[in-house]
Ligand binder design. Structure first.
Ligand SMILES: [Zn+2]
Length: 186
């Protein structure tokens, strides 16, 4: 079984002030000490397991860095803010539905690498009804996200890790709601 990533996504119109966000998440006990030499990478904080619920059995949830120095353990990584919104997707991402007729836009993979670089100007056409849609208006059904700022929680099993309201409220901080989704490659 392969590990996946839980991704928290800020609303595009409301990019957080990063130092203030980290201070809030640290006070909450969600993020702990910085990890390694890459900026924006953190160990899970002391209340991490009270802020994310793990459904089912997660017997091997590893919160401590392994002795071999690998990054194959549950940690937190900031992604962004990017100047323009971009797509985060993976092998588990399913075709989004056309906002016009609801059919699956199965040709989305042709635009995946462009959208991953921030090509929000490129729209996808629906073969069934002819409507065009941009990636920001598509419903990625918690299997991808299109935004400017993300927080990744690695080495979890997709769908089993659920962010709790206290965490989502801390992220929101009087702004718009954050979203969350899961990425997994096979
Ligand atoms: Zn359509």
């Amino acid at each position: 079984m392969t590990h996946g990533t839980l991704v928290l996504q800020a609303p595009s119109e409301c990019i957080p002030d990063q130092p203030a966000l980290i201070a809030r998440l640290s006070d909450l006990g969600f993020v702990g000490a910085g990890y390694g030499e890459t900026p924006g990478v953190y160990l899970a904080g002391p209340r991490f397991l009270q802020l994310i619920t793990f459904l089912g059995c997660s017997p091997h949830l590893q919160l401590e860095p392994p002795a071999d120095g690998s990054e194959d353990f549950c940690h937190i990584r900031l992604r962004g803010p990017f100047r323009t919104a971009r797509l985060l997707s993976a092998g588990n991402t399913r075709p989004p539905r056309c906002p016009g007729c609801g059919k699956g836009l199965t040709n989305w993979r042709q635009l995946e690498s462009l959208w991953a670089k921030g090509g929000s100007g490129s729209e996808i056409g629906c073969a069934a009804c002819g409507r065009s849609a941009n990636p920001a208006e598509l419903d990625w059904r918690r299997k991808a996200g299109f935004g400017r700022y993300f927080i990744e929680i690695s080495s979890i099993f997709p769908e089993e890790a659920l962010p709790l309201p206290a965490l989502m409220e801390c992220l929101r901080d009087d702004g718009a709601e954050w979203r969350y989704f899961y990425l997994q490659d096979w």
